[in-house]
Design a protein around this ligand. Structure first.
Ligand code: FEO
Ligand code: CA
Ligand code: CA
Ligand code: CA
Length: 601
């Protein structure tokens, strides 16, 4: 067996123990600080949070609900300040409003929810000595994007008849973004964000009689009558029986330029329409941009986009204009994974095949490029708007819910978190394969994808599993061969990040081992490869999101604290972070060393 050395640089901390505390817990010698909470002022004139008197106009100027993806940008013009970009994925009305009646939401509550979705851009003051971060309310760069902010469609499906509605007969302009989950930073300074479970906002799919439309709606998870939030009562566009194309205007990757508050946000049709989890870029040696993307659904797919054009360096107007088109002209691909062990050795338990690894090769299958479709029976516009149906036709590999993806900053290996798949191997459902090796997969796995010749534009790759997650005492788990009595249990990997030393960090959502979710560091090289160490835990009912790991800080978004069945403000599942008598508030947390110093050093 392997003899682990001491922890590599960046991972030298004593792991925190799994727990059920209503708190963020961090290792000994570290301290934490809440940076910004749901309802804290962002725009000039925003009032302080007042849970008893919430108003939509106030919420539209305050930090939104359920922070997920986080990006932290440098502000070249202002030293000791940083620019935070945060997604606000969705709302938990029953936790936000005392006495909420889910059958009869008020217009004010619905409009608060619209304003609590979307994104926030907030300048932060950085205190040099302690590393503390504090929002600069009212800064000119601060911005809120909500469910009603105008967006422009760009790329090959902009203006398509499939995107036209009675409010927008041009098919080029849509109000708002919804269910923004993960994201990514581009090399040209913009931020990408994925619209994920948009289906839940749209009502009355059951009333659609046209067979083709009904099949398309079903493939994207639309079913039934009234929506959970009843938004269709307040805006007809959320009723697909009245406005059938409005739903086609969600499920895209969006791009915003946080350094330019005047720039309009865009929805990028060239990257396809799915339940976009995240979008992470990598550059080819000749400067083309490749975007890796997962579709977070049981048995859905892993994609990439390769631009035709090359990134122009610099921040001048000409370069920015050029770079704005990189995500409009290119080729969209979907992945097919093949195992190298006999199928009979993949028995669904997680037991390793005889060659000792879950591994193999794969290929990228082109779906469309500009106006050209590679999918028989579908136009390019149909491929972009109904990308799942295109991928179904070309034999892509049905994965265990692709969540975040992150290319290693120096090796180029692409890491994918496959969070779980309770239906793998169920009656009438696909069984195990080498990349998705467990039936009734409750804990998920992490895949490494190595592009051929390490060229991100390659059409072939090899792959292997880094982790098969769960309780290390469970024989169906795998930690890259690291001794399993020396790792932290980990379940349901979701968001991924790299630290400056090249260690992978994994945030979890839905820990099926019975403890709260958390953040874990994992060594990837040498004797310590596969050593998972838990760095923090989040409060009851929360998932860990948006990890950013810098030399001297870790930033996480604590999403949906207190989200438990039946929890309400009167009967809270969590009172984090403000304590008893206060609503639970999704918030961003900054973790630093006591007395300063490097993370994990
Ligand atoms: Fe919003 Fe797939 O996590
Ligand atoms: Ca194998
Ligand atoms: Ca996620
Ligand atoms: Ca998630």
């Amino acid at each position: 067996g392997r003899h682990p050395g001491r922890s590599p640089r960046g991972l030298d901390f004593r792991p925190v123990a799994a727990n059920r505390a209503d708190a963020v817990t961090v290792p000994d010698g570290y301290e934490q600080q809440v940076v910004i909470r749901w309802g804290d002022p962002v725009l000039r004139g925003a009032p302080a949070f007042d849970p008893a008197r919430q108003r939509a106009a106030a919420q539209a100027a305050q930090f939104g609900y359920n922070c997920d993806y986080l990006a932290l940008l440098d502000l070249p013009s202002e030293r000791s300040r940083r620019l935070l970009v945060a997604n606000h994925e969705y709302t938990d009305e029953e936790l936000m409003f005392a006495g909420y009646d889910p059958e009869n939401p008020t217009r004010e509550q619905v409009e608060i929810a619209w304003a609590a979705h979307g994104m926030s851009v907030v300048v932060l003051d950085e205190e040099r000595r302690s590393g503390a971060l504090r929002p600069v309310a009212g800064h000119r760069l601060n911005r809120r994007i909500t469910a009603t902010t105008p967006f422009e469609f760009t790329g090959p499906a902009a203006g398509s008849s499939l995107l036209r509605t009675s409010a927008d007969p041009t098919g080029t302009r849509v109000l708002g973004t919804l269910n923004n989950c993960g994201g990514g930073k581009t090399p040209w300074g913009t931020v990408l964000s994925g619209e994920e479970n948009f289906n839940q906002y749209f009502a009355n799919a059951e009333a659609v009689t046209d067979r083709q439309t009904a099949a398309r709606l079903a493939r994207y998870g639309l079913a039934g009558g009234a929506s959970e939030r009843k938004w269709e009562r307040f805006d007809e566009r959320f009723d697909v029986s009245r406005e059938p194309n409005e739903v086609n205007r969600y499920g895209w990757v969006i791009e915003i330029d946080p350094l330019d508050p005047e720039s309009g946000p865009r929805k990028l049709t060239a990257l396809g329409r799915l339940k976009h989890e995240a979008a992470e870029p990598r550059l080819t040696r000749d400067g083309r941009v490749v975007i890796y993307m997962g579709d977070d659904e049981r048995f859905d797919y892993f994609y990439k986009y390769v631009s035709d054009g090359r990134v122009h360096s610099g921040n001048g107007l000409a370069a920015r204009r050029h770079n704005r088109r990189l995500l409009d002209e290119g080729t969209l691909y979907v992945a097919r994974f093949t195992g190298n062990s006999p199928a009979g050795q993949i028995d669904g338990t997680g037991a390793l095949p005889e060659d000792g690894e879950f591994d193999g090769t794969g290929e990228w299958i082109p779906l469309a490029s500009g106006t050209r479709s590679f999918v028989p029976g579908m136009t390019a516009e149909e491929v972009y708007v109904f990308t799942r149906l295109a991928a179904d036709r070309v034999g892509a590999t049905k994965m265990d819910r692709p969540e975040d993806v992150e290319p290693h900053p120096s090796t180029g290996t692409v890491y994918i978190a496959l969070t779980n798949n309770s239906n793998r191997g169920a009656a009438g459902q696909p069984g195990p394969d080498e990349v998705n090796p467990r039936n009734a997969n409750r804990h998920g796995q992490v895949v490494e994808v190595m592009e051929s010749r390490n060229d991100p534009a390659a059409t072939r790759f090899s792959w292997r599993l880094l982790l098969v997650c769960g309780d290390p005492a469970d024989p169906g788990t795998y930690f890259a061969g690291f001794p399993k009595d020396q790792v932290s249990p980990i379940s349901c990997p979701d968001n991924l990040a790299f630290d400056p030393h090249g260690n992978l960090w994994i945030a979890t959502d839905g820990n099926a081992l019975g403890s709260n979710d958390g953040l874990f560091g994992v060594a990837l090289d040498g004797q310590n490869r596969g050593q998972v160490k838990q760095f923090l835990t989040v409060p009851i009912g929360a998932e860990t999101c948006g990890p950013i790991v810098e030399e001297d800080r870790v930033l996480v978004a604590v999403q949906h604290p207190g989200e438990l069945d039946g929890a309400t403000p009167e009967n809270p599942g969590s009172v984090w972070p403000d304590g008893p008598g206060h609503l639970a508030r999704p918030s961003v947390v900054n973790v630093t060393r006591e007395h300063g110093g490097r993370i994990g050093a």
